[in-house]
Ligand binder design. Structure first.
Ligand code: AVI
Length: 318
């Protein structure tokens, strides 16, 4: 942890999670260009806003992936061995896993998420609806190594990573994540992963610049969060949301821009941006190459009729 973040943590008596947040914010806002990690979008307010995004008419990924899981649920579930532990990386709402639960005889479900409170609520709802299902929530940053609960050690493991969250990693980070998931899940593990595909620029632009402004609120919430949790004094109203599509790099970059900022610790030039998120879109070939280079062998994939989104089944390579 850097010196200023340590001092901050001491003054505020931060717990481990808030200290990591403080360290990352200070490090990331000290960079040129400034940035903030998308993993900090998801406090309770951010998770709620993301749930709203998933229902927007312009935001096609969630409904398209849900339709694939619905249409091919039986085939997808058939790659999950009976009695397996299904480990969901970044489990927000449990809508997607519910589509598989009816079809496969799971030994346990292990949702892993950085947002502990949201995770607890979702786990309780799932237990109420599936009383015989063993649910072991793990509060952790799934982009770093973490321990699986002892209770699932002997079970076959299947990773579940829907939502195309992989696209929020830089390609080298995506590769590191897939390697780490393979280590966590162990030999012989399988994985079901949702990957958003390249498509028309206008469709992508609209998906990240919705007319109701929910994505803008979601993006700017991270500044409110800094104010709430780290005693920041960002003038959030001085920032606007901007999402652009960079075809060459296959991503949507979201930047909050400002003309003036009253922040105490960081000064922003007029028009200076904070880069908050990338959403890489893959072709089927590029995803397959990435997976193969990261310790996994994709062996089956499913897409919607319009080729907007894809779901892949993979097995850990020896
Ligand atoms: C979670 N992730 C895959 C979303 C995406 O599409 O990149 C996050 C998001 N950001 C703005 N809208 C949705």
């Amino acid at each position: 942890m850097n010196v200023r973040a340590t001092a901050l943590a001491e003054v505020h008596h931060f717990d481990e999670q808030s200290s990591a947040f403080a360290r990352d914010v200070i490090d990331d806002l000290s960079r040129h260009p400034k940035r903030l990690s998308p993993k900090y979008f998801y406090d309770a307010a951010g998770s709620e806003l993301f749930e709203q995004i998933t229902l927007l008419p312009e935001y096609y990924p969630t409904r398209t992936e849900l339709a694939i899981l619905q249409d091919y649920g039986r085939a997808i579930s058939s790659i999950i061995p009976k009695g397996a532990a299904l480990v969901e990386f970044g489990a927000g709402s449990t809508t997607k896993v519910r589509l598989l639960l009816g079809e496969c005889g799971l030994g346990a479900y292990v949702p892993v998420d950085i947002s502990g409170e949201f995770l607890k609520t979702q786990a309780e709802a799932l237990r109420a609806d599936f009383p015989s299902l063993q649910v072991y929530p793990v509060t952790a940053d799934f982009s770093a190594p973490f321990e699986l609960p002892d209770a699932v050690r002997a079970m076959p493991k299947v990773g579940f990573f829907p939502g195309s969250t992989l696209g929020n990693f830089e390609p080298h980070e995506a590769c590191a994540f897939l390697h780490s998931a393979r280590e966590i899940l162990g030999r012989g593990a399988r994985m079901v992963i949702g990957v958003d595909l390249e498509k028309d620029e206008r469709v992508l632009y609209d998906a990240y610049n919705d007319s109701a402004g929910v994505t803008a609120r979601f993006n700017l919430n991270v500044l409110h969060r800094i104010n709430r949790e780290l005693g920041g004094d960002f003038d959030v109203g001085a920032f606007i949301h901007r999402a652009i599509y960079n075809r060459e790099k296959h991503r949507i970059s979201k930047k909050a821009l400002t003309a003036r900022v009253l922040g105490r610790k960081f000064s922003f030039r007029p028009g200076e941006s904070i880069h908050t998120e990338n959403s890489y879109k893959y072709s089927l070939e590029r995803f397959t190459a990435l997976a193969r280079g990261s310790g996994w062998k994709p062996f089956e994939s499913w897409t919607d009729a319009a080729g907007m989104f894809s779901v892949h089944a993979m097995v850990a390579s020896d």
